[in-house]
Design a protein around this ligand. Structure first.
Ligand SMILES: Cc1cc2nc3c(=O)[nH]c(=O)nc-3n(C[C@H](O)[C@H](O)[C@H](O)COP(=O)(O)OP(=O)(O)OC[C@H]3O[C@@H](n4cnc5c(N)ncnc54)[C@H](O)[C@@H]3O)c2cc1C
Length: 381
């Protein structure tokens, strides 16, 4: 079966690919999304959905990544509202702030350093005592001695966002093709794509948003992007509804309250691991660390456990924009690592704008695919 030609084929229907496809379809580009999520589940389904630049991309990270994160965080309210309005689906976006907590003086000193750097960057962040933190979240452990509150950090339900994005893309006339891209070859200035289900499509341009999956060798003459998987394991427990309100991040674990009493506890971090096995001992350790933060969580039953592969790059910043290393018309949107949910709106704005040849609103220089030279991803162990 052969479909008509498309302006753009987006490879990968995780939060990054779908957000870009949606932005392209909004501008009336004819877009196909080729997505193998039935075969390779997206990392997006594993995400806790924190929108947490103050913790993830603050002190010790390059200013450009922080600014991209902040731009994305600021776009999230309108992005979420538009998605919900278009689709009638609730994605559980919450602008309740995030509380980072410490037990020891050394941990408190790290929070204080972070806070100072972020205050210099103009962020609405504050240090507080353990008592003040317990006033905000009464279930916090008595052992918490200091806290760092980032009032603008937020969260969303990543799985619900993915469902809504799929619906939105289809409403905007984007074509969702549930298959793996097997090969892409340039023919007469267009890409001829072969899909795993035997379908063939053509597109003028390609956006590669395939997460941690290796697309090496799939696109003719495209050098492999230096992306590697970092496995993360997590679990969910059921709490009494509204037991606590804010995301709580502490040493070795976080707790994210979602709708209907679901609480996500995460996450492990295992570089260069592309198996999806879930280690029971790792889940027990996560639970213990979460119980140290919120002791009452010991009585909350586990409802689910899972793993996912974060797409990482050698400098831990995403790879965004036109890939000048290979054939014309290939754009990459890879390597969002621990922050793909946070970075989705800004990545969509930047990459879709560049694909459509618009005047750039975001400087993609620090995120260009060719910034690594010939460096490859670390060896997959
Ligand atoms: C445990 C855990 C917790 C996390 N928590 C957070 C968080 O709180 N906040 C946050 O911002 N981020 C978080 N992340 C990171 C976040 O999940 C990722 O950064 C993000 O999901 C990456 O999105 P993506 O669209 O790039 O990739 P993915 O979501 O992995 O999607 C890629 C898609 O491409 C498809 N694909 C691959 N190869 C092909 C091919 N050849 N043909 C067709 N399709 C293909 C795959 O099937 C998949 O559907 C977390 C990750 C993990 C594992």
């Amino acid at each position: 079966m052969s479909l008509d030609g498309f302006d753009i084929a987006v490879i990968g229907g995780g939060i990054i690919g779908l957000s870009i496809a949606r932005a392209l379809a909004e501008k009336h580009a004819r877009v196909a999304i080729v997505d193998a999520s039935g075969e390779t589940p997206p990392a997006t389904n594993a995400a806790a959905g924190m929108l947490a630049p103050s913790f993830e991309n603050g002190a010790g990270n390059p200013e450009a990544l922080y600014q991209l994160s902040i731009r994305s965080l600021k776009t999230w309210p309108s992005f979420a509202a538009a998605l919900e309005e278009e689709t009638g689906l609730d994605i559980d976006y919450r602008a309740d702030g995030i509380l980072g907590v410490a037990f020891t003086e050394a941990q408190a000193a790290v929070l204080a350093d972070s806070c100072a750097v972020l205050q210099q960057r103009g962020a609405a962040v504050a240090l507080m005592t353990g008592e003040d933190a317990r006033m905000m979240e009464p279930f916090l452990s008595e052992r918490v001695s200091a806290a760092f509150y980032a009032e603008d950090d937020a969260q969303v339900d990543a799985r619900k966002a993915l469902v809504a994005l799929r619906a939105s893309v289809q409403k905007k006339a984007g074509h969702l093709l549930a298959a793996r891209l097997v090969s892409a070859q340039v023919k007469n200035g267009r890409y001829a794509l072969t899909l795993s289900d035997g379908r063939a499509i053509e597109a003028l341009k390609l956006v590669i948003a395939s997460g941690a999956a290796a697309t090496a060798g799939v696109i003719e003459d495209l050098p492999p992007p230096p992306v590697y998987p970092v496995k993360g394991e997590a679990l969910a427990v059921r709490s009494p509804e509204a037991a606590f309100r804010r995301v709580i991040r502490g040493p070795g674990a976080y707790l994210c309250p979602k709708a209907e009493g679901r609480v996500i506890i995460g996450a492990t971090e295992i570089p260069n691991c592309d198996d999806k096995e879930i280690d029971d001992a790792a889940i027990i350790a996560l639970r213990e660390k979460a119980h140290a933060l919120v002791p009452v969580a010991q009585s909350w039953p586990e409802t689910e456990r899972w793993s996912g592969l974060r797409p990482a790059t050698p400098d831990k910043a995403p790879i965004l924009g036109r890939d000048l290393r290979g054939p014309d018309g290939v754009y990459l949107a890879l390597g969002s690592y621990r922050n793909g949910v946070l970075l989705a709106p800004a990545s969509a704005e930047a990459v879709a704008g560049e694909v459509l040849g618009e005047t750039p609103v975001i400087d993609l220089k620090p995120f260009r695919p060719d910034r690594f030279g010939n460096k490859q991803a670390p060896h997959h162990g």
